[in-house]
Design a protein around this ligand. Structure first.
Ligand code: FAD
Length: 477
């Protein structure tokens, strides 16, 4: 143990966006806080590194940040003073079709709707009310289940968000609009027939219209560095290279918040939990994993559709049938030949990511939990299909299967990047059915990772709400 260690008011284990958010809120409230990270560098799903060739910076996990930009907590922090600068691609996302055209997500509902042909009105009718209500509902969407601050606005959102994406897509008549919507919904990492898979599509579309889908200049690591810089500037302490397997490793503190998933928490503190709580955590379900590729490229990806050549993110899946089929197969432990691929091309907008004139790209597809199947060929074929000549531009690649993902970040159990499946059974009750999902059955021990509401993504709101709970319970704030 570090000899400089002393007692703290609170300790946070894990420095992902939720651990950082929790540590900041506690420190802002005048407590002394130690943030402990198991790996050499901080950030969890926010790390960037030179994965391929010298001079090429790749986001190992998260890359595009509509949720960080929309986060009520992160938006309050002076992160720009700690080096964070967002870049907003004018086309947030594009979805190419086999006929060489693409649907695109732009800054306004009308500009996006305009390109959806016969579905122009249908898109506006679906999205404009949500965009209008956004300031009233964003706090409630990114929070645990509770009585909403604006019940009417939340009810309007809920009626659209609760159906499955397969069902809500019937709102559209053109194959293009249906596919565009399905690509957004596939971020739920579940079959599109599951209840509430529409929710993530609506949130991502609305966030795109309200705040955009920014990328951080220099890579996602800059978000972690800015959060850590601010935390230290208000007196917080960070210790890296300290992997926690037992409560005995921790300095004494009145509250300990864990930015880890139920599986790890059971190993660390299971002996302190009630039999009921332990039983609930043991039954916590993890979802599909991911197979990830990063490329160093000689030139930008030569997408046929112009919209894709200008987009920060590209959703590759052609039709709703193809995307639904891909997710369904993976859910049933199979590997599709044509996986739905999520791709970003940050160097088009940020020259610091690659040597002059060169480029990077990042992509992943879903795979069964724990899969070690190599999806390189399937992913590259999908990109080549919409960007003939792509493969000739690859200078180097780095790949990560689910085991390598979990090795990189122990929270990605079996490659699950959401800290557990976010289906209707675990949407609001993750990680266990309790009055406060952040509070464990052991006094002073809290969970603050994406295994708690509102779930996966870089927004820090799991950490924020967990810290608020600890402040109230333990420190009478
Ligand atoms: C390939 C990929 C792409 C993604 N793309 C996006 C995206 O574009 N946009 C987006 O918003 N989200 C994206 N995500 C999801 C996002 O990264 C996560 O939802 C988010 O990072 C979760 O934050 P967290 O704080 O809960 O946990 P994490 O970010 O997972 O951080 C947990 C931290 O805790 C540490 N830790 C774990 N166990 C211990 C222990 N026992 N002792 C000490 N330290 C420990 C880990 O090392 C890690 O640093 C992506 C994820 C992946 C993998």
């Amino acid at each position: 143990m570090n000899p400089d260690r002393r007692d703290y008011d609170a300790v946070v284990v894990g420095s992902g966006p939720n651990g950082l958010a929790a540590a900041i809120l506690l420190q802002q409230n005048g407590l002394s806080v130690l943030l402990i990270e198991g790996k050499e560098t901080i950030g969890g799903g926010l790390r960037s590194a030179q994965l391929t060739l010298p001079g090429y910076v790749h986001d190992i996990c998260s890359a595009v940040h509509p949720l960080a930009a929309a986060s009520p907590f992160f938006s309050q922090l002076p992160l720009d003073q700690f080096g964070l600068e967002y870049i907003y691609p004018e086309i947030a996302a594009a979805h190419p079709f086999d006929n060489g055209t693409a649907a695109v997500l732009k800054g306004t509902v009308s500009k996006t709707a305009h390109l959806l042909g016969a579905d122009e009105q249908a898109y506006s009718k679906l999205m404009q009310p949500i965009v209008n209500d956004w300031p009233l509902i964003v706090d409630d969407i990114l929070a645990p289940l509770h009585f909403p601050k604006h019940p009417m606005a939340m009810a309007r959102f809920g009626l659209k968000a609760l159906p499955s994406a397969s069902y809500l897509s019937k709102h559209f008549q053109t194959p293009e609009a249906k596919a565009f919507f399905a690509g957004m919904a596939a971020h739920s990492i579940q079959p599109l027939t599951n209840t509430a898979t529409s929710a993530i599509a609506l949130v991502l579309l609305a966030a795109g219209h309200v705040k955009g889908w920014p990328i951080p200049k220099g890579g996602s690591q800059c978000i972690a560095d800015a959060l850590a810089g601010y935390f230290k500037s208000i007196g917080g302490k960070i210790e890296t290279n300290t992997y926690i397997t037992s409560l005995k490793q921790l300095p004494s503190a009145r509250a300990v918040l864990f930015d880890v998933t139920p599986k790890q928490l059971l190993q660390i503190a299971g002996h302190r939990f009630s039999p009921l709580y332990k039983w609930q955590l043991e039954r916590y379900r993890y979802g599909m994993g991911v197979f990830k590729i990063d490329w160093a490229l000689d030139d930008p990806i030569p997408f046929t559709a112009e919209g894709c050549r200008q987009a920060g993110t590209v959703h590759i899946g052609n039709s709703i049938q193809e995307i639904a089929d891909s997710e369904q197969q993976i859910w049933h432990d199979r590997h599709p030949d044509k996986p739905f691929v999520l791709l970003t091309q940050p160097s088009l907008f940020d020259t610091s990511r690659a040597p002059t004139g060169k480029h990077t790209a990042w992509a992943y597809c879903h795979v069964p939990n724990g899969s070690e199947h190599d999806m390189t060929g399937a992913i590259e074929n999908q990109v080549e299909r919409f960007a003939p000549g792509f493969k000739d531009r690859i200078l180097a690649r780095s790949t990560m299967n689910t085991a390598q993902m979990q090795e990189h970040n122990p929270n990605y159990i079996g490659g699950d990047i959401n800290g557990g499946v976010i289906d209707i059974g675990q949407l609001f009750t993750r990680p266990a059915l309790r009055w406060s999902p952040y509070k464990t059955s052991a006094k002073g021990i809290y969970m603050c990772s994406s295994s708690t509401p509102p779930g996966g993504g870089v927004h820090g709101m799991c950490g924020y709400h967990a810290a608020k709970r600890a402040l109230k319970d333990v420190f009478d704030h």
